[in-house]
Design a protein around this ligand. Structure first.
Ligand code: ANZ
Ligand code: ZN
Length: 747
């Protein structure tokens, strides 16, 4: 959240506007920004277009939640598809440093599919229907063709077919609330196709909402026997009709299935026994280039960046009737938003109403011309701010190339998984543009020019949610009463509500205000609780009761510091007694583990529990420890704690030093504690020689306290031990040489 806040502060300044506009012009110069007319996603609530990435799978706007419509508009696009191969391939270089889930989502979004284009002749019409399929091997199982509602053939037929026209209109408006596409198809009566591999097979042609018009050929070969969607469609529209199967599992051991959707071996006619891959090749040969060809499809589309909104960076373009689209000259940047207009324009860009702002002289011919009245998708601003951070005051350039080579990429990027596609895909695209055609990041230290070396997607905080068990309705806090703290009741009915943890949302009345929590428990306890409650990438179920444990721990830390004797000692005190040894070991374990958590794993939840454990050990061993050891241990504990609870740590630090002025006197100014290797080498790990009847036969490595039991366990099963001592009775065990030799006397 902190990162995003910073980003928004940065990106709303006139200075940043100028640079984002500069970025736009860079892209334009490299033919990676272009203007085109197309059917775009229109959000009827926000009255703006949206990028494909901003429309949910169910067809809703990411911002307003409205069901998105299609509208024909002239808009600006960024040619992200020019980088599709790189965007896909370079995901591999992030294998160990980005979550698998995010990489998979990007891979699917880019959506490379290797398959074939097949042409189906339409009977008694001199035309063919082309389809894209990834399963050419199922060609003999095709039972129908399905066309999208905007397929050219459908549009032509709709001109004279009222029923078809109505069907098409219904698909545009008649989706259910969830935007789920209807399974109903419209059968084109009297229009039939044949299978190019089997001309005797006549295939009905349907118009179907499940066929997307922007993908492949906007047409599908329907294989009810091997594709789940086709299966459902066939059942719905041709109930009772047979379903052909043409592929079966290659091994009979495969589990039972409803319909078989995997690759396998063919079961039909002359092709029986061919594997799916072999059939694919065979069919390609048989059909020849007239009827089929291998192709690759990509799901990724260019990024639509114009928005009909007031807020956002104005697009730095002037439209001139003689010169066309003219970029605003660099010296005139930034183009700022006009002020004093109604910022909620209806059905178009609010900027269009600012006439004085709109009408300008064409920079090229000087005649009257008009500014572009759209603003840029704000995702453009956020797609490159991370690069501006390395050189935030550079007046004339996005950033300096030498600094880029030295400082980029970003080492660690923390963000929500909701950015898995949108923000992270756009940033990757811009990074590759900056490092490639733009030449602004000429020698990226990672050759793939990925913007973020390591990505951590933090888990969401879920809130306690009450629902009515009979109606499922979400209940407000004031609708709940408590018999006892853990026994909630619905005030109106006396029934016990259902409890669950869910993503916080206004409609679920399960939100928690951090300000209230901080007011009650303090910022340090709240922060430590958040870190402690769950691993960074996991969902955190918000349970405020558990803060009590953290508060108690922080109070113990304060008390420890307050009662600790100040000792003017070097950082490594003498360790002599067993208790000191134990404490020093616990301390160094904590240093090691907390350091690892901060620098590598980000397992902050274990950090707090490590420090709790350490405090318990100090408490348990304190009686056998010298004041110097306790003082040094407490000091180190506070230094480890300081990044998480800076106020408590500082307070304790002052108490610990009883007002003495120390060099670099704040706790956060202290150097980070180092592991004291003395303990591990000398006391805690030692090689012990094991003798049987006085002859040394093997050595074992003992960690921590050594006694006879530990040694017996360690030798058990070792080859040499079995050879010299197995089956014999141990009559005596002698520990010698300060624990470095153990002699077993056996009989
Ligand atoms: C026949 C078939 C048989 C298919 C089978 C799949 C399984 P991906 O992998 O996502 O690229 N398809 C093609 N164009 C489509 C469109 N415009 N709208 C909806 N679906 C379309 O998916 C490719 C598969 O999606 C293609 O392979 C096609 O169905 C369908 F057992 O062809 B298949
Ligand atoms: Zn002009």
């Amino acid at each position: 959240m902190f990162g995003l806040l910073l980003q928004e502060v940065t990106t709303c300044s006139p200075d940043y506007y100028a640079h984002t506009q500069r970025l736009f012009l860079h892209l334009l110069k490299h033919d990676l920004a272009y203007r085109a007319s197309s059917a775009v996603n229109w959000d009827p609530v926000d009255e703006t277009v949206l990028a494909n990435e901003q429309v949910s799978p169910s067809g809703h706007s990411w911002r307003s939640g409205a069901l998105v419509e299609k509208k024909e508009l002239e808009q600006w696009f960024f040619r992200i598809t020019a980088f599709k191969e790189q965007l896909l391939e370079d995901l591999e270089s992030l294998k160990d440093t980005w979550p698998e889930r995010v990489r998979t989502m990007q891979r699917n979004w880019i959506g490379k599919s290797v398959g074939a284009k097949v042409r189906f002749p339409v009977v008694e019409r001199s035309e063919v229907v082309e389809v894209f399929t990834t399963r050419l091997d199922t060609l003999l199982g095709v039972q129908y063709l399905a066309l999208s509602v905007s397929h050219p053939l459908v549009c032509r037929l709709a001109e004279t077919n009222e029923n078809l026209k109505r069907f098409i209109d219904n698909t545009k408006t008649g989706r259910s609330e969830e935007g789920v596409k209807s399974k109903r198809g419209f059968c084109l009566a009297g229009v039939v196709a044949t299978n190019p591999l089997d001309p005797a097979a006549l295939l009905p042609i349907f118009v179907a909402d499940y066929v997307q018009d922007g993908y492949g050929e906007g047409a599908v070969m329907g294989v009810p026997g091997h594709d789940t969607r086709d299966h459902a469609f066939w059942r719905e529209n041709c109930p009772g009709k047979e379903i052909k199967t043409v592929v079966e599992p290659s091994s009979s051991k495969e589990p039972s299935y409803d319909i078989f959707t995997d690759h396998g071996v063919l079961t039909c006619g002359e092709y029986k026994g061919l594997t799916s891959a072999e059939a694919h090749q065979k069919f390609l040969e048989k059909l020849g280039t007239e009827w089929a060809e291998e192709t690759t499809q990509w799901r990724l589309r260019d990024w639509l960046v114009s928005r009909q909104r007031y807020w956002g960076t104005p697009i730095p373009i002037i439209h001139c009737s003689s010169c066309g689209t003219v970029p605003v000259p660099e010296k005139d940047l930034p183009v700022l938003l006009p002020e004093g207009i109604n910022i909620r324009g209806r059905g178009g860009s609010p900027l269009a109403s600012a006439e004085e702002w709109v009408n300008v002289a064409c920079p090229s011919c000087g005649e009257l011309a008009q500014r572009d009245t759209d603003t840029m998708d704000t995702f453009i601003d956020s797609s490159w701010y991370w690069a501006r951070y390395i050189d935030p005051k550079n007046p004339g350039k996005l950033f300096d190339a030498v600094k880029a080579d030295k400082l980029l990429p970003v080492d660690l990027y923390v963000g929500g998984v909701e950015h898995a596609i949108l923000h992270l895909l756009y940033s990757r695209f811009i990074a590759k543009f900056l490092a490639g055609p733009a030449g602004l990041w000429p020698n990226p230290s990672n050759s793939t020019a990925e913007p973020f070396k390591k990505l951590v997607t933090q888990g969401m905080v879920h809130g306690l949610t009450y629902t009515d068990p009979t109606t499922g309705r979400f209940l407000k806090p004031e609708e709940i009463t408590y018999d006892a703290p853990s026994q909630p009741k619905i005030a109106a009915t006396g029934a016990t509500p259902n409890k669950s943890y869910e993503k916080m949302s206004k409609s679920k009345y399960n939100g928690v205000d951090p300000v209230t929590c901080i007011a009650t428990h303090g910022a340090d306890a709240t922060r430590a609780h958040i870190l402690f409650a769950a691993p960074v990438a996991d969902v955190l179920n918000w349970d405020e009761d558990k803060i009590i444990g953290v508060r108690r721990f922080l109070l113990r830390v304060l008390k420890r510091a307050d009662t600790c004797t100040y000792v003017d000692t070097p950082h490594l005190p003498e360790i002599t007694t067993p208790q000191e040894r134990k404490l020093w070991k616990a301390l160094n374990d904590a240093v090691r583990s907390v350091t690892e958590a901060f620098s590598e794993s980000l397992a902050m939840n274990t950090t707090i529990s490590d420090l709790m454990k350490l405090e318990n050990t100090i408490d348990a061993e304190i009686k056998g420890c010298s004041p110097a050891v306790v003082y040094a241990a407490t000091q180190v504990m506070l230094r480890l704690l300081a990044p998480i609870t800076p106020a408590v740590a500082e307070e304790a630090w002052e108490m610990l030093h009883h007002g003495r002025r120390l060099e670099g006197s704040r706790v956060l100014q202290q150097p980070w504690p180092q592991v004291d290797t003395r303990v591990f080498e000398e006391a805690d790990v030692k090689d012990v020689s094991i003798a049987v009847n006085g002859k040394v036969r093997l050595t074992v490595r003992v960690e921590g306290e050594m006694d006879e039991g530990v040694v017996r366990e360690l030798v058990h099963g070792r080859k040499e031990w079995e050879k010299w001592a197995s089956g014999k009775e141990v009559v005596r065990v002698v520990v010698a040489k300060g624990g470095k030799l153990v002699n077993f006397v056996v009989k």
